[in-house]
Design a protein around this ligand. Structure first.
Ligand SMILES: [Cu+2]
Length: 159
């Protein structure tokens, strides 16, 4: 009697954790689909172009997808490995010369993509704390008005 009860309890004891694990898995999978912060901003393809030593500014490029239904704005950028990261935009001058200017913020319209690429928006990275080599990863902290701070690891490319 006692032995039979024990064996049932043992079977139950064995199957319960599995059930609990499956339920937990389901909960995690379900709660992962609609995350509590809006999934609006996704940053991808970040890379940093290094031209010289640590005294030379580097340029950062990336793609920002705003998959949300409201506009967001990139208001600030920084890196633990540089003294400053500025938002810049390259402007073709009337003379045909290429110039660039600092911009205060970059609007990321709802359901649209903003690309930081050579010849347009870029991050101007100054005061590198250490030399960067190809394939290194370089942290960029991007602060959005609504999405908050998004940390990305950019891949370094030496040119
Ligand atoms: Cu620049």
């Amino acid at each position: 009697m006692t032995r039979r009860f024990l064996s049932v309890a043992r079977i139950r004891g064995r199957s319960l954790p599995l059930t609990a694990a499956l339920v937990l898995l389901g909960t995690v999978a379900c709660s992962g689909t609609p995350p509590s912060p809006p999934p609006g901003i996704v940053v991808r393809g970040a890379w940093v172009q290094v031209a010289g030593g640590i005294d030379q500014p580097a340029a950062g490029y990336l793609t920002i997808d705003n998959r949300g239904s409201t506009d967001d704005t990139l208001v600030f950028a920084s890196s633990p490995d540089a003294s400053s990261v500025e938002l810049h935009e390259t402007q073709p001058e009337m003379s045909g010369m290429i110039g660039m200017e600092s911009v205060a913020q970059v609007t990321c319209p709802a359901d649209a993509t903003v690309t930081f690429a050579p010849g347009g928006y870029h991050l101007m990275i100054s005061g590198l704390s250490a030399p960067l080599r190809s394939d290194d990863s370089f942290e960029l902290d991007l602060e959005f008005e609504h999405a908050g701070t998004i940390v990305v690891q950019a891949t370094v490319r030496q040119v």
